[in-house]
Design a protein around this ligand. Structure first.
Ligand code: 13P
Length: 254
């Protein structure tokens, strides 16, 4: 699609603060002067401010892993979009499958979170994907389309432009089972088609569609070389600097 690959590491609930800071410092040094790719990391909430500080002056962006849908209020234990923005984040993961499946997040809640994130100028990385059962029943496209429709309900075209969507088949997350490059590309094409039908070709082509699910250095090149895969959302392989750098390296030479 002619875009720079956008590689994001989702650290989930991993690393300590000191490990995170060391990682960010080394990543910044390693990527200094490299302009062929876009890169980001999504650390724990409590590391965000420190890591944003370390990465100041670099092109590496920082995202939170979640935010609440309300702007503020009596929501004990929750974090607002503005708090995350003030910590220095530019992005936020919304609707990650672990939030959907382990914490019961539904499409309408995800839609509200996307709107709130956009209202404070945070860029959502909107995650979607089917379960193994849904795939086996032949319902992948139905599920993905519903997640897209409900998640993007009422969102202006200008906010869909340049949006990041991460297609993460649930059965491929943390399982070592990657979708084949063709399987991933097929769903990415479907997502692009949905965007074209609903927002037009120009906006559809401006959207970054990342693939996530057991991405590792060994499968990066073939995934990223698929025409509809604009980037990768990496879990387990992003918490070790060496493997994350190998992924970035493999993606940038495509
Ligand atoms: P893994 O790369 O560990 O499968 O995780 C993918 C993911 O959930 C990224 O958000």
């Amino acid at each position: 699609m002619g875009k720079k690959p956008f590689i994001v590491g989702n650290w989930k609930m991993n690393l300590t603060l000191s490990e995170g800071i060391e990682f960010a410092k080394s990543l910044k040094n390693s990527l200094h002067g490299i302009n062929e790719i876009l890169c980001g990391i999504c650390p724990s909430f409590v590391f965000l401010k420190d890591i944003c500080k370390v990465l100041e002056g670099s092109h590496i962006c920082v995202g939170a892993q979640n935010v609440h849908s309300e702007k503020n209020g009596a929501y004990t234990g929750e974090i607002s979009a503005l708090m995350v923005k003030e910590a220095g984040c530019t992005h936020v993961l919304i609707g990650h499958s672990e939030r959907r499946h382990l914490f019961g997040e539904i499409d309408s809640f995800i839609n509200a979170k996307i709107k709130t994130a956009l209202s404070v100028n945070l860029k959502p990385i909107f995650c979607i994907g089917e379960t193994l059962k849904e795939r086996e029943e032949g319902r992948t496209e139905y599920v993905v389309e519903k997640q897209l429709k409900d998640g993007l309900l009422g969102i202006d075209n200008n906010h869909v432009e340049g949006l990041v969507i991460a297609y993460e088949p649930v059965w491929a997350i943390g399982t070592g089972k990657t979708a084949s490059p063709e399987q991933a590309n097929e769903v990415h094409s479907f997502i692009r088609g949905f965007l074209t039908d609903n927002y037009g070709k120009v906006i559809a082509n401006s959207v970054y569609i990342q693939y996530g699910g057991s991405v590792k250095p060994e499968n990066t090149a073939e995934l990223i070389s698929q025409p509809e895969i604009d980037g990768l959302l990496v879990g387990g392989a992003s918490i070790k600097l060496e493997s994350f750098l190998k992924i970035i390296d493999a993606a940038s030479i495509q």
